[in-house]
Structures are given as C-alpha cells and as structure tokens.
Design a protein around this ligand. Structure first.
Ligand SMILES: [Zn+2]
Length: 214
C-alpha cells in the first residue's frame, strides 16, 4: 500500500509530496521547502517513519517547486529527475520568473539527475512503477507522475488543479498544448484516480472531467 504525505511549503503553498510503501523506500515529488522549519518538518517525518528517500522527481522547473532541491540533495544525496525541455528553466530560467514576481531571492539548485522521457517508468519500493506523463503547456517540460493499480494516483504538478488547469501565460506556456495533453493522456485515466496537484487540495479524475476547462 502506498502512503502519500503532503507538505505545503513556501508563501505559494507548493505541495511537496512524500510517497512510500511497506519497504520504507520513499519518493519525493517536488520540494518547495524554503525555510528551516519547513525542511525540519519533512526531515522529522522521514526519520519518525524510518523512510529512505530513493528518488527525487520534479513535475516542472518553476522556483516554487525547487526551492528545497539543494536541501534534498544535501540531506539525502538525491539529484532531481526532470524532463529535458524544462532543463533551461531549472538551471536558470526560474530566476527570471522570480524577478517577474518582484523578488530577488537567491537560491541554488544541484545539478539535475536523471533526464526523464515521456512514458518512462521509475521503480521504487516493492515493485511500484511511477510513470512520467509529459503534459507540456504550463512549462515546456511539465509532467505528471502516475501510479496505476487498484487505487490509482497521479501527481499533476501545476498542470492540473482541483477544478482547473495551471497558468499558461509564463514564458514557454501554451494553453492549447496543456489542454490537449491533459485531455488525451490524463483525463483518460481511470475515473477513480486521485489527483494530487502542485498547489491546493486533491481531487479525482472524475471530478476534473466535469471541469469547465474541458
Ligand atoms: Zn509552476
């Protein structure tokens, strides 16, 4: 059985996810932990549950999802996996976006780890497969992470939220590309699939199909 723990972080309430099974091997999806307290909260949970973070996956390269990337690397030795089209954003474009938000906050990121491709599967725990599904449009390399099975779940980053889709007005964004990939590759997943977005509350594919965006 997979346990999903969410940690809302930073002023934008970015959802950092920790998922794990009985093996205690864990996957971190995005990490926007900015403050010492936010990072301590995550690490205490990891220690209290004797978890061993083994993979660090990014849904995209926006700053609010990678504030804690360097900390994850320093603490657990994990470099983030990301889709290739978001590498420029991850490496430096996020700073431009930060300036668009009117802040000059500086932060560093580690070198990226594995470069993922659409439909690539990451294995963890007791044979669990996490599939990367490319959903460009919020960013060029935006993606979702899907785990099939009796209780399917998907982590949608800023591509799909409860009752809506992500912004497409940032550099490299495309409303057409985002709605197309979501319609074709995400809304076609089982209706019972639980949607864990990059901000806000979780939802289901059934509920999202009824969203006015589609
Ligand atoms: Zn974003």
């Amino acid at each position: 059985m997979i346990t999903v723990k969410v940690f809302p972080n930073n002023p934008l309430d970015e959802n950092t996810y920790l998922l794990y099974d009985e093996s205690k091997e864990a996957v971190i999806i995005d990490c926007g932990a900015l403050t010492k307290d936010e990072r301590r909260t995550i690490h205490q949970y990891v220690q209290e549950h004797s978890l061993e973070p083994a993979h660090f996956l990014l849904t995209h390269g926006h700053f609010d999802h990678i504030f804690g990337a360097q900390w994850v690397y320093d603490t657990y030795g994990l470099s983030p996996s990301i889709l290739e089209p978001d590498l420029p954003l991850y490496n430096k474009g996020c700073m431009q976006l930060l300036e668009m938000f009117g802040t000059h906050l500086q932060f560093s990121v580690p070198n990226p780890g594995k470069i993922l491709h659409d439909n690539e599967e990451i294995l963890f725990g007791e044979g669990i497969k996490v599939k990367a599904i490319a959903t460009p449009g919020h960013t060029p390399g935006g993606c979702c992470y899907y785990i099939s099975g009796a209780s399917p779940i998907i982590f949608t980053g800023d591509s799909l939220f409860k009752g809506g889709i992500g912004r497409t007005d940032f550099p490299g964004g495309s409303y057409e590309a985002l709605t197309k990939s979501l319609k074709e590759k995400v809304l076609t997943l089982p209706s019972s699939t639980i949607v864990y977005p990059g901000h806000g509350a979780s939802s289901t594919i059934a509920a999202e199909k009824a969203s006015p965006f589609f």
